[in-house]
Design a protein around this ligand. Structure first.
Ligand code: ADP
Ligand code: GLC
Length: 487
């Protein structure tokens, strides 16, 4: 097979910029395709927090025409260690030299996101021209990279990109990049193209919709979510369009990074452990309890959450009626520790409840180290998501021997086996849907009862989860087959 040139466009790439799982996926997917012999490059913005002096600076700046105006950006690059994958950073102080990817912490979205991510998308083509390297596949990830597919279909349809196939990868259909119509001009496209390229949306413009219209192929991050988005309930008004392009839609399960999320080697953990000896896990639990200010009472399970604190992740049901569900869970008894940032009203409600409930601790912050300790030190990992395109944190939990309790949706359903369905192969528990506070409390009551009264059953579930492998190798193979299959 002839190796492909693959250019990925993304607003987030770990470890340079991350707000969620998108960042974790990019380097690993790129690496998996690199290992299969393909040449992969990634382009992203150089945000304020990305230190320039650690990167290679390209001698000449890059001009990016956006309509009447041309923007000049600096270009930096680096290699993903152990691979041939180059990450390119577009450096424009005024547009990207800020704290925050889409907004300042907790603040409103930046008002110039159309221009910022339009520039990233258009910049991908200018960069390829500068490098004299042309992709067979242009893979745009989520709404910030969506305009790339509109440029491919319009300004770049002839010339060196005429054979390039554009793939839009949906990591979350709930975020579409919707802006007022008067912002369209910043993309530097012909006004008559607004409708033709699929931007027009209820009097405004919609980045994601345009990408769905313009893409040769559409992929998403689990088979389950690939089916759900075809239905009106989880289609976020895009199900009609997605059904029209169903023949080029693929749901490919993400892998996870076992170099970073591995209890045998994790440098962020105070104690290491493996499936043959879970003593280290118990010690991590004690360390986590100490961090949370919890007592170490035998028989009381510790439940962890690491999550963006947003409606998608099911927090409304946890905090509704003055935290009724959380109060009942604490009374099971169980201890709960939550790490996350997100919507202000959820942050506030959770923090208020934590002041009141001795079995609840809430850390409103982004912290890699604490996230590892929660994954490793908890007995259960909670994900009551209303929808979940893939979800990585439940995979991390499985690998750390922490039993996931999840909503049976999207990637959660594809990665966790419910004890209610099949006790012999079970790795976790499902909440009943539609999700309710009562349903959550009932499921947790069941799970904590098994923990207390049937330790062998609980342990067998732990070991089954730890033995699973959600590897990037097979995900990479699926992407390769999919890219090659595009008409
Ligand atoms: P999503 O992308 O929808 O947020 P995923 O489960 O795919 O959900 O990925 C979330 C990623 O973000 C995981 O790597 C998780 O550990 C990380 N994460 C989320 N919130 C925090 C936080 N407050 N501190 C550290 N890591 C976090
Ligand atoms: C999105 C989804 C999440 C998925 C991640 C990586 O942020 O919400 O479910 O795991 O992207 O694909």
């Amino acid at each position: 097979m002839t190796p492909m040139n693959i250019l990925m466009v993304s607003s987030e790439v770990f470890p340079y910029a991350k707000s969620g799982g998108l960042a974790d996926v990019l380097p690993k997917l790129a690496e998996a395709l690199d290992k299969r012999g393909h040449r992969v490059k990634i382009v992203m913005p150089r945000y304020y927090g990305i230190t320039r002096y650690l990167l290679d600076k390209h001698p000449a700046p890059l001009g990016i025409p956006m309509g009447d105006q041309e923007y000049w950006v600096g270009v930096y690059s680096t290699l993903i260690p152990g691979t041939r994958v180059e990450v390119y950073f577009l450096d424009h102080e005024q547009l990207f030299g800020r704290d925050g990817i889409y907004s300042e912490a907790g603040g409103p979205e930046f008002p110039d996101n159309v221009l910022r991510f339009g520039l990233l998308s258009r910049g991908a083509f200018q960069l390829a021209k500068m490098l004299n390297w042309f992709p067979d596949i242009l893979q745009a990830h989520d709404w910030p990279a969506a305009p790339a597919l509109a440029y491919l279909k319009s300004l770049e349809s002839a010339g060196p990109f005429r054979k390039t196939k554009g793939v839009f990868t949906i990591h979350n259909l709930g975020y579409q990049g919707i802006f007022s119509q008067d912002q369209f001009k910043y993309l530097g496209l012909d006004p008559s193209d607004e409708t033709r390229l699929g931007f027009s949306y209820h009097g405004g413009i919609n980045f994601l919709q345009a990408a769905l219209v313009c893409a040769h192929g559409i992929s998403t991050v689990s088979p389950g979510y690939g089916e759900e988005i075809l239905q009106p309930e989880l289609g976020f008004a895009m199900d009609g369009l997605l059904n029209l392009k169903k023949n080029v839609l693929a749901g490919i399960l993400n892998g996870m990074d076992y170099d970073i999320w591995n209890p045998k080697t994790d440098q962020l953990l105070p104690f290491l452990y493996d499936e043959n000896n879970l003593e280290g896990k118990a010690k991590n639990k004690a360390a986590l309890q100490e961090l949370a200010g919890f007592s170490q009472t035998p028989g009381v399970p510790l439940i962890g959450m690491v999550s963006r604190l947003v409606t998608q992740k099911g927090f409304a049901h946890l905090v509704e009626n003055d935290g009724e569900a959380l109060r009942k869970i604490c009374a099971l008894p169980a201890q709960i520790i939550i790490l996350g940032t997100g919507e202000k009203h959820i942050e506030k409600k959770l923090s208020d409840l934590a002041l009141e409930l001795p079995h609840l601790q809430v850390f409103i912050r982004y912290n890699e180290k604490t996230s590892h300790l929660i994954e490793a030190g908890s007995d259960f990992f909670l994900m009551p998501s209303l929808y979940e395109p893939c979800g990585l944190t439940q995979m991390y939990a499985l690998s750390y021997g922490t039993i996931p309790i999840v909503s049976p949706t999207g990637g959660l359903k594809d990665t966790v086996v419910d004890r209610g369905k099949n006790p012999k192969t079970a790795t976790g528990y499902y909440f009943p849907i539609p999700l309710t506070g009562t349903g959550m409390v009932e499921t947790l009551a069941k799970a904590t009862k098994v923990y207390r009264l049937q330790p062998k059953v609980h342990r067998a579930m732990i070991l089954r989860g730890m033995a699973l492998r959600f590897d990037w190798e097979s995900a990479g193979r699926h992407y390769e087959e999919y890219f090659l299959s595009l008409p």
